[in-house]
Design a protein around this ligand. Structure first.
Ligand SMILES: O=C(O)C1=C[C@@H](OP(=O)(O)O)[C@@H](O)[C@H](O)C1
Ligand SMILES: C=C(OP(=O)(O)O)C(=O)O
Length: 445
């Protein structure tokens, strides 16, 4: 596939109403749980991005019936817990860490072998964080050095329930262990010191699993799942993704005179760290029509151009905004004063090393910053950054979108070398942003 360079010029102001695509985390899980349930599940508002489409294809390869109706509604007929079938071919998860890690958990407690691969980005990401606990449950793994993909999962016929304390705050690792626990007799427990997104817990309960959450004396959460439940097909409505909404929201804050509405954004508190931080920076964001849609809290966000000030973002907030640091770093470059983003080690093992990518790109665009260990410290003077750079994206959708947003308000345009990764999480991003008044266009190669 040939690269798709894009350039983003300064916009006059942004206005209008948009609804960003469905939540990626919830979409992956809806497909996986629908494939395990007895009977029919239907999903409205599924994110039809590359990452999620790979999960849909994998669930088909594992024997579930997965179809998309003409109205955009997806229907599944599941196989029952423990009923997945050995896939005939390699499962290619593309760019998706969530798809790969959760599915490795799911198949680990099935008595067959499956092989996972992905694109160059996914093949470089660490998988030992899931193979280690899944190995304790009885599964075997044959992978490349460092436990990287391509990797074969040798599922076990007699899985062992474990109690596992997460060594890092990761909803993917938590979910991989719980999903392996689904087809494991007895109780599987995951202990997390810092709360991470809880979509697995909420949705598994919705499908009928018995799952309890206990807060321990030290404040950690122990999540216990009773194995081999009967899951029943559900109707799921996927809220708009707060991680995708972050891009139009920050764009509107940075482009003076903007006023936009982003509709039905998921407001799960474990996903809201960016919005809390932006409010602390002085952002003009109003939550309107707060309501519950399909079991998830949502609200319409009314956003106006704002003068931002630098803030200190504490490390314990990281799990609730882990995917939003790239766009927050852009906002920090326009703020007056210093923004300290602390405790970002996990940013280094995403689709790319996002800490390094942001530091390099912002510095090249004339922003003053420091990286101290795993902290990113951005010094803004309240003026507009210079811009005028071309940034390598390295298959990372959030780096691509963050720098296009930067170009909307910088003195000189900002270019990215390849926009194709954006489709993994936010198909239609460029068209939606241009509909609001952005000026993003193709660059002749
Ligand atoms: O569970 C999930 O859906 C996700 C968890 C996070 O990853 P980690 O678990 O690695 O923090 C996040 O970065 C990813 O985009 C989605
Ligand atoms: C880290 C991300 O996704 P994943 O781990 O699923 O590739 C992301 O979407 O920013």
């Amino acid at each position: 596939m040939s690269a798709k360079p894009l350039i983003s010029h300064a916009a006059a102001s942004l206005s209008g109403q948009v609804r960003v695509p469905g939540d990626k985390s919830i979409s992956h899980r809806a497909l996986m749980f629908g494939a395990l349930a007895i009977g029919q599940s239907s999903i409205e508002g599924l994110l039809e991005g590359e990452d999620v489409l790979r999960t849909a294809a994998a669930m088909r390869a594992l024997g579930a019936e997965v179809t998309r109706g003409g109205d955009g509604r997806w229907t599944l007929f599941g196989r029952g817990v423990g009923g997945l079938a050995e896939p005939e071919d390699v499962l290619d998860m593309g760019n998706a860490g969530t798809g790969a890690r959760l599915l490795m958990g799911l198949v680990a407690s099935h008595p067959f072998t499956s092989v996972f691969t992905g694109d160059a980005s996914l093949r470089s990401r660490p998988m030992r964080r899931v193979t280690e606990p899944l190995g304790r449950m009885g599964a075997g793994f044959v992978g490349r050095s460092g436990g990287r993909l391509p990797l074969a999962v040798i599922g076990t016929a007699s899985p062992i329930p474990i109690s596992y304390e997460l060594p890092m705050p990761s909803a993917q690792v938590k979910s991989a262990v719980l999903l392996a626990g689904l087809n494991t007799p007895g109780t599987t427990t995951v202990i997390e010191r810092e709360a991470t997104r809880d979509h697995t817990e909420l949705m598994l309960r919705g499908f009928g699993a018995k799952l309890t959450v206990e807060v321990l004396a030290n404040g950690a959460r122990a999540i216990s799942l009773t194995g081999q439940p009967e899951l029943t097909g559900q109707s799921i409505k996927v809220p708009a993704d707060p991680s995708s909404a972050a891009f139009p929201v920050v764009a509107a804050l940075l482009v003076a005179g903007s006023a936009i509405t982003v509709q039905a954004v998921g407001t799960n508190p474990l996903r809201c760290g960016l919005y809390q931080t932006l409010l602390e920076m002085g952002a003009d964001i109003t939550y309107a029509n707060a309501r519950v849609e399909g079991g998830e809290p949502v609200a319409d966000l009314l956003v106006r151009g704002s003068e931002l000030k630098g803030v200190d973002v504490p490390p314990e907030r990281a799990p609730s905004m882990i995917d939003e640091y790239p766009i927050l770093a852009v906002a920090a470059a326009f703020a007056k004063g210093t923004t300290r983003m602390r405790g970002l080690a996990e940013l280094r093992v995403k689709e790319s090393d996002r800490l390094a990518a942001m530091a390099r790109g912002l510095e090249a665009a004339g922003v003053t910053l420091e990286v101290e260990g795993d902290d990113l410290i951005v010094h803004g003077d309240g003026g507009l950054p210079e811009g005028g750079v071309s940034v390598p994206v390295n298959l990372d959708h959030r780096i691509a979108m963050s720098f296009l947003v930067m170009g909307m308000a910088s003195r000189r345009p900002v270019q990215i070398d390849d926009a194709s990764a954006i489709d993994t999480s936010f198909p239609g991003f460029t068209e939606m942003m241009n509909g609001l008044g952005a000026k993003i266009s193709r660059v002749a190669e």
